[in-house]
Design a protein around this ligand. Structure first.
Ligand SMILES: Nc1nc2c(ncn2[C@@H]2O[C@H](COP(=O)(O)OP(=O)(O)O)[C@@H](O)[C@H]2O)c(=O)[nH]1
Ligand SMILES: [Mg+2]
Length: 439
C-alpha cells in the first residue's frame, strides 16, 4: 500500500493497495464497495477499529491479473493535502495493509510478468523526465517498443546460433564456403544493428539533460544580453562594465526536438581580478564539455574568437555577430547576425542552434527510441563485443566452430539479462523451425 501522488496541498490524493487481500483491506475501510471492477464508485472511508469516518471520495478495484501489478489492486481517491490521505493510509494499515517500499508496485508487476525490465525502467524514466524529449523517449519504452527492438536483436543472434548449430550437426551436408560466408554476413549484420542502437546513447544524454550550449567571447561582446534574449527573461546581469559576468549561469531550455542547457560565462580575457579569473576558469571547463559553443563578437574580432575557441573545445562552433542594431565596420563573415536589443536574427539563431545540436545526436530521433540507461548501453556493448570477437575469429578461421559459438551465446545472455528474460529452449526451437532437418 502506498500513496501514489505526492504529499502536499492538492485537490486529490491517490492511494493504492496491491496483493491477494487488497480487496479485503479495501472493503474494511470503504463504506461502499463498487459492484463492478475497474469502475470508480463513491464511498466514505472509515477507520476499521473506531468506525470514525475519515474522508469521502472514490474507490475502484482491479482484479488479478488485469491490473498494474498483476495482483488484485485497489485504488482510493481521497481529498488531497496532508491530513485526509494520512488518515486513510493509517486506516488501511489497521485493516491489514503494510507500507510499500519505493518501486514495489512496478517490481511486483515485473515479478508477475506485467512488464519486462526495459519497460519497468522506462516507467521510471517517464516519471523522472525533465524534458519533452526525455518524455518522448520514455513513453516509447513504456509502449514496449524498446523491448521489442532488443528482442529482435536477440532473435537475430539466436538465428545465428541456429546457423552455427546446423553447420556443426550436419557437416556432411557440406555447404562449405557458402555457409561460412552466410554466417559471417549474418554476424556482421547483427553487430551493425546492435551498434546502431548503441549510437543513440549521446542523443539519450541530450534528451535527458539537455545539450550543453555555451556562450563565449570577449567581455562586453553582448553574451549575457544574448543569453537573456534566448531564454526570454532577464536572468544574467548585463552591463557596459567589462567583466560583469563571473559565475557561469545555466538555464535548461526545453526546446523541441532537443532540450539544451544554455550557459552564460565570463568573457575570455587575461583578467587580473581573482574572482573574474575564477569565472574564466569555469568558462574554460564548460567549453571543454560543450556540445555547441556560440562564439560572440560585436566587432572585428569574431574570426579570432572562433579560432581561439577551436583550440579549447571539440564542440560545434556557431559564430554570431552581436549588436546588429549598432553600425560597425564590416567584420568578415558570421553564421548569424543578431541583435539582443531588437530581437533581429534571434529566431534564425535558435533554429541554427537546434540544427547544431541535432548534429551531435547522430541523427537519432526520440520517437525511434533511445537507450536511456547505462545498464542498457553496457549490456549492448557487451553483446557487440562478443559478436565482434566471433566475427573476427570466424573470418580468420581461427577458432573451431563450437568455441566461436560461445561468443554468440554470451551475446544472447547479455540481451537476456538486458530484457530480463531467460528462455532455455529457444535455440533448439529455432534450429528445428528454420531448417528442414528431416531431409
Ligand atoms: N545596442 C545594443 N547593445 C547591446 C546589445 N547587446 C548587448 N548590448 C550592450 O553591450 C554591453 C555589454 O553587454 P553584455 O551582455 O553585458 O556583454 P557580455 O560582457 O558579453 O556579457 C551592455 O551595455 C549591453 O547593453 C545589442 O544587441 N544592441
Ligand atoms: Mg556577461
Amino acid at each position: 500500500m502506498a500513496q501514489s501522488t505526492t504529499a502536499g496541498r492538492s485537490a486529490l490524493a491517490v492511494l493504492r493497495v496491491s496483493g491477494p487481500d487488497a480487496c479485503g483491506v479495501g472493503q474494511r475501510v470503504c463504506e461502499h464497495w463498487p459492484h463492478e471492477p475497474r469502475r470508480l464508485g463513491r464511498s466514505r472511508f472509515r477507520d476499521p477499529t473506531s468506525g470514525e469516518i475519515l474522508d469521502d471520495g472514490l474507490v475502484a478495484w482491479f482484479p488479478s491479473p488485469s491490473s498494474y501489478t498483476g495482483e488484485d489492486v485497489v485504488e482510493i481517491h481521497t481529498h488531497g493535502g496532508l491530513s485526509a490521505p494520512a488518515a486513510v493510509l493509517g486506516a488501511l494499515i489497521r485493516a491489514g495493509a503494510h507500507a510499500a517500499v519505493p518501486g514495489e508496485f512496478t517490481q511486483r508487476a515485473l515479478w508477475n510478468g506485467k512488464v519486462d525490465l526495459v519497460r519497468a525502467e522506462a516507467i521510471g524514466d517517464l516519471i523522472d523526465a525533465r524534458t519533452q524529449a526525455a518524455r518522448r523517449a520514455a513513453i516509447h519504452g513504456v509502449s514496449g517498443a524498446m523491448t521489442a527492438r532488443f528482442a529482435e536483436l536477440r532473435d537475430a543472434l539466436i538465428g545465428l546460433e541456429g546457423l552455427l548449430a546446423f553447420d556443426l550437426d550436419f557437416p556432411e551436408e557440406d555447404a562449405g564456403q557458402i555457409a561460412r560466408a552466410e554466417i559471417l554476413a549474418a554476424a556482421t549484420t547483427v553487430e551493425e544493428r546492435i551498434l546502431a542502437v548503441i549510437r543513440t546513447a549521446p542523443a539519450a544524454t541530450i534528451a535527458a539533460h539537455g545539450a550543453l550550449v555555451v556562450l563565449a567571447g570577449v567581455p562586453n561582446s553582448g553574451k549575457s544580453s544574448l543569453f537573456n534574449a534566448l531564454i526570454g527573461q532577464e536572468r544574467a546581469i548585463t552591463s557596459a562594465v567589462p567583466g560583469t559576468t563571473r559565475d557561469a549561469i545555466e538555464v535548461l531550455v526545453d526546446a523541441d526536438p532537443w532540450p539544451y542547457r544554455l550557459v552564460d560565462t565570463a568573457g575570455l580575457r587575461d583578467a587580473h581580478d581573482a574572482i573574474e579569473r575564477a569565472g574564466i576558469e569555469t568558462a574554460t571547463r564548460y567549453l571543454a564539455g560543450a556540445d555547441v559553443v556560440i562564439a560572440c563578437d560585436c566587432a572585428a574580432g569574431l574570426a579570432s574568437v572562433v579560432s581561439s575557441l577551436g583550440t579549447q573545445t571539440g564542440a560545434v562552433i556557431i559564430s554570431v555577430r552581436t549588436k546588429a542594431d549598432v553600425p560597425s565596420p564590416p567584420s568578415g563573415s558570421a553564421d548569424f547576425v543578431v541583435s539582443a536589443r531588437t530581437g533581429d536574427g534571434l529566431a534564425a539563431l535558435r533554429e541554427g542552434l537546434l540544427r547544431a545540436i541535432a548534429s551531435r545526436t547522430g541523427g537519432a530521433s526520440g520517437d525511434d527510441g533511445l537507450i536511456m540507461r547505462e545498464r542498457q548501453r553496457s549490456a549492448l556493448e557487451l553483446a557487440a563485443r562478443e559478436v565482434a570477437a566471433f566475427r573476427e575469429a570466424w573470418a580468420a578461421g581461427a577458432l573451431p566452430a563450437p568455441v566461436a559459438a560461445t561468443h554468440i551465446r554470451a551475446a544472447v545472455l547479455a540481451l537476456d539479462e538486458l530484457i530480463g528474460t531467460v528462455t532455455v529452449d529457444d535455440v533448439l526451437a529455432r534450429v528445428f523451425a528454420s531448417f528442414c532437418v528431416g531431409k
